[in-house]
Design a protein around this ligand. Sequence first.
Ligand code: SAH
Length: 390
Amino acid sequence: MRTMKSREITNPHPCPVYKKCGGCQLQNMRYSEQLAFKQNKVNRYLKKFAKPLPIIGMDVPYHYRNKVQAAFYTNRRGKIISGVYQSGSHHVVGVDSCMIEDKTADKIITAVRKMMPSFKMTTYNEDTRRGFLRHILVKRGFATGQVMLVLVTGTHIFPSKNNFVKAIREKFPEITTIVQNINPYQTNLVLGDRQQILYGNGTIEDVLCGCRFRISPKSFYQINPVQTEVLYGKAIEFAGLKGDETVLDAYCGIGTIGIIAAKRGAGRVIGVELNGDAVRDAIQNAKTNELKNIRFYKGDAGEFMRAAASESEAPDVVLMDPPRAGSSRVFLDSLIKMAPKTVVYVSCNPETLARDLQYLTEHSSYRAKKIQPVDMFPHTNHIETVVLIS
Ligand code: SAH
């Protein structure tokens, strides 16, 4: 890949902190050029399996992120800064408004920063391991308008808790839940293990493809809901459901794809996911959407597949959506053994997708039939792809 320095600036309005922040690697290019760049990359990695379809871009590629995180830091002059870590470092670059983040989320973060001194809230210092606020995480359901505010703190002690909750809710009535997450560890992970709910029920809801979903602070939920509907629409189309199939939703998160498949007529859906909070959300989501023909299991998708492959009742369709590292050998070997008619692979990393497709095509008669890139992350170099394999 080209480095940032060598890239020509052809976007007349790049963000002022585009280079320091590093989050939007492609912001030097116009959006049409970004799409061409991503199409080229997909073609390079995947054309040997099938000719990739044209990438589906966004009509309005701004403020699409429904989940926003900010790090907090006090500089030498005692000024509190909130923003993002400079790429590859632990230096916080101040950011009050970002072109890809939800505007309400940015306003809440800035408001909290300004309120901190009057509530005697300090920032956490990673070196001395003293102080209070480390990060803020805001999640907003674009369809429901519900907002979750998570304060990540180095300690559980929060003396001005009640007054703070009252004050921030007065400023932002759209906040439906506030959670304090305690993270006292020396870690790059934003969220710690313990949390306490300060207001509301600790979750928000959103609506995607006509289904309602509950989201917890720690569960994975796609960050661009507009394009997620496009992506899931393609995944369901590729699954080619007629009405009585058994569908396995592997790496299912809070159950989104499987629940939408069940609503669109799948006979039976089974979901598997490693994160316990996400599985709990998935079970609740099946109930909310009044689905009885769906079961969720907590566990490693590969191990689940290994066990399922030796049972007689194999699924007709496997939908798989692994994290960036891709799938595992155990998973792919079991998939081959299970031999579902159709596999739909949703990937957020063309490199590991190519590796897994290579393995599948070398070790079985599975072939990629359709490759559809979708731009879920405009201005960044991330690429989402959905592949029909049969
Ligand atoms: N399909 C969901 C989630 C996709 S993200 C959606 O569209 O929202 C990938 C998910 O895989 C995450 O929820 C992550 O917790 C889960 N995961 C990661 N490793 C896993 C493993 N080995 N087995 C099962 N799930 C895993």
